[in-house]
Design a protein around this ligand. Structure first.
Ligand code: 5GP
Ligand code: MN
Length: 312
């Protein structure tokens, strides 16, 4: 069920013990928005705790209060009067849903989130969930400390490819500008985020070597097998290296995270890849989407290339 921004804010105001979560395979927006909201709520005198059911790529560990994020243990319970799910629909929060039966408030910016069976405030125009949380700070009268600003800026920067993608709006840059006046150091964040391990750069090299073109150059794909994938923790940015090919409309990367578990990332310059991902059980945005295919790498390639072909 869709609710308004004001209704979402009222629910937060009424709650006192709040569990905050975001999607598995968390990115800068998922970690930035949960950390920012946790700090805002604590400053307002509420109890707030983040649980995320996954490991987090190293670059994001430098964010303020990162060490307080918990991962649910088997059979663990957590006493809360509200769960806030950020930056995703409920299908991607893993075992966090088992921690409590508290009512759920979902805040997101993904076009594929329809809010089925949950109270959802979705702002599809927002470049990042962090853009919504920035606005929420105003509504809740929460002060934006330099730490909170750093977390929010990270989400804005990562979800817009450092303010380059088509989701970058005047409101996004206005928020980023305000956050800098609140104490963000943009170069510190960029330097943290661009760091890669040697294994990651070697992985990128292997991925580029696997490049294949389809449909007369309109589609470019890269592949990382499990052997290579297990040597590093993130493929963030890999796909951007082939998205730039001038003939390409859709770029994809398939990473075999585990045998018969293939993670798909897609980027496009026109085609609605959210729709393609949605059909394959995933979701995302019109120009950036993903899904998981539980097959071999070869089979995943066939399924994906066919689905993209139908959408072209
Ligand atoms: P990425 O390629 O960076 O992993 O994901 C691109 C976008 O698609 C992100 O906004 C991400 O949240 C979304 N996305 C990726 N994989 C999935 C998925 O399996 N399910 C859903 N619903 N969204 C996904
Ligand atoms: Mn996001």
């Amino acid at each position: 069920m869709l609710i308004t921004f004001k209704e979402a804010a009222e629910k937060i105001k009424a709650a006192n013990k709040i569990l905050i979560t975001a999607h598995i395979q968390p990115d800068g927006d998922a970690i930035g928005s949960t950390l920012a909201l946790m700090q805002m709520l604590r400053d307002l005198g509420k109890e707030a705790q983040i649980f995320i059911d996954d490991t987090v790529r190293k670059n994001l560990h430098a964010l303020p209060h990162f060490e307080e994020i918990r991962r649910p243990k088997d059979g663990e319970k957590f006493d809360a009067d509200l769960i806030i799910v950020l930056d995703t629909s409920l299908d991607r929060i893993g075992n966090v849903s088992k921690l409590t039966d508290a009512p759920i408030l979902n805040i997101d910016h993904h076009v594929t989130n329809s809010g089925e069976g949950v109270e959802l405030y979705v702002e599809k125009r927002a470049a990042a969930t962090c853009e919504i949380i920035f606005k929420l700070a105003g509504e809740l009268d929460a002060q934006i400390t330099p730490e909170i600003a750093t977390c929010l800026y990270t989400g804005l920067a990562t979800d817009t490819g450092f303010f380059q993608f088509s989701n970058t709006r005047a409101e996004t840059l206005a928020a980023a500008s305000k956050l800098i006046t609140y104490g963000v150091s943009p170069h510190f964040i960029s330097e943290q985020l661009e760091k890669k391990s040697l294994a990651e750069v070697r992985g990128l090299s292997a991925a580029l070597n696997s490049l294949k073109m389809f449909y007369g150059g309109k589609v470019a794909g890269m592949f990382i097998n499990h052997e290579t994938a297990k040597t590093f923790d993130s493929t963030e940015g890999f796909i951007d290296e082939i998205r730039v090919i001038e003939t390409v409309d859709v770029a994809f990367l398939i990473t075999e995270k585990a045998p018969k578990v293939c993670r798909v990332s897609m980027r496009s310059k026109g085609v609605n890849v959210a729709q393609i991902a949605d059909k394959l059980g995933g979701g995302g945005h019109i120009r950036a989407a993903g899904c998981t295919l539980k097959t071999t790498l070869d089979e995943a390639e066939k399924i994906l290339v066919k689905a993209i072909g139908e959408a072209l």
